[in-house]
Design a binder for this molecule. Structure first.
Ligand code: PLP
Ligand code: COI
Length: 341
């Protein structure tokens, strides 16, 4: 398929309508086979479960063009199983995990012209999601659902790409203990909108959320997990039951250990120890690894030695190795790369 005429290098993280999307409906206790359609609109009841009680979950992954010209995606089986976990928590039917991966493959193949070329700096973002579609007025789960996947070519999540960002410690909480922070539910993002608008208005790129119970421990941002690097090059990531189990972060911990020979640690990270770290980064599908240069805690600035101009050296190595695996420059661990074409 011929590539679309898109200025790949200048894409931001936005929505571009592509040709086809996958749609499957759940009714009477079963999913239908699903189809690819050109129709980018959704028509549902005014009283649909998603509109009244936010019964919706989603995923995010990317398709990459590799150095040798294949199109691949990264660990889609983990997105399938995390979506299933999200569905179970919100009393939604699970979309079969093997069918999820097949539907991702079909949707990317149908939009091949939108997969950014190798070396362009852009990728094809894939957004699977599910919502309750039939009328629900008492507070209860819907009994009909729609599962969809669309794709959109994207550039960097943060303007400026790999330049370090400045974040602030948020006074708003993202997730309660025993709540829904560990799943990818739309409601977790709705509640973060006021905090992100307020952060942007005050000149910050993102919010650092703390644990809601004690407000002493680092959780995550609105859309990415944290990685820290100690002065002796150990990679540390916060452990918490109320953060999203990032596929990027779980992969990076393996990359750090197996490819770079670094020590890694998943543990509780305290706000008061942040000044002891040498580097800080945000990791996720959209964020890839975005370096953090400065954290502002109510006027107190925590500045990392790596500065505001470039990524720290360990963050850079992690970034190069992960993207090297995703773009086919480095051999991937067994099962990490799903070849689409
Ligand atoms: N944390 C939150 C709140 C997110 O929305 C995301 C994005 O998916 C992540 C972390 C990173 O997860 P992943 O690496 O699986 O994309
Ligand atoms: C992703 O990285 O896929 C996400 O869903 C994060 C979102 C804030 C764009």
């Amino acid at each position: 398929m011929e590539k679309k005429n898109i200025d790949w290098a200048n894409l931001g993280f936005g929505y571009v309508r592509t040709d086809k999307r996958f749609v499957s409906n759940y009714k009477d206790g079963a999913w239908d086979d699903g189809v690819l359609t050109e129709d980018d609109t959704v028509t549902i009841s005014e009283c649909a479960g998603v509109l009244q009680y936010a019964q919706t979950v989603f995923e995010g992954l990317k398709a990459y063009t590799t150095e040798d010209g294949h199109i691949v995606c990264f660990r889609p089986d983990l997105n399938a199983s995390r979506l299933a976990d999200s569905c179970r928590r919100l009393e939604m039917p699970v979309f079969p995990e093997d069918k999820f991966v097949e539907a991702v493959v079909q949707t990317v193949q149908a939009n091949e012209g939108y997969v950014p070329p190798y070396g362009s700096g852009a990728t094809l973002y894939i957004r699977p999601y599910m919502f309750g579609s039939n009328p629900v007025i008492g507070v209860k789960p819907a009994n009909e659902y729609q599962f969809r996947i669309f794709t959109t070519p994207v550039g960097p999540y943060f303007k400026g790409g790999a330049r370090p960002i400045t974040i602030r410690v948020s006074d708003f909480d993202r997730a309660a203990p025993h709540g829904t922070g560990h799943i990818k539910a739309g409601l977790n993002y709705a509640m973060s909108l006021h905090a992100i608008v307020d952060a942007h208005n005050k000149g910050f790129d993102e919010n650092m959320y703390l644990d809601a119970a004690t407000r002493t421990k680092v959780e995550e941002t609105g859309g990415a997990n944290f990685l820290f690097v100690t002065k002796d090059n150990k990679v540390v990531t916060p452990k918490s039951d109320s953060i999203l189990p990032s596929i990027t972060r779980r992969s990076l911990m393996i990359v750090a250990k197996e490819y770079l020979g670094l020590e890694v640690e998943e543990r509780e990270v305290y706000l008061e120890e942040l000044g002891d770290f040498a580097e800080c980064g945000l990791c996720g599908t959209a964020a890839v690894i975005s370096p953090v240069g400065k954290i502002v805690d109510h006027g107190k600035e925590i500045c990392f030695a790596s500065g505001m101009e470039q990524m720290g050296p360990i963050t850079q190595k992690l970034y190069d190795t992960l993207t090297g695996i995703q773009m086919g420059r480095l051999e991937a661990p067994e099962g990490w790369i799903k070849v689409i074409r």
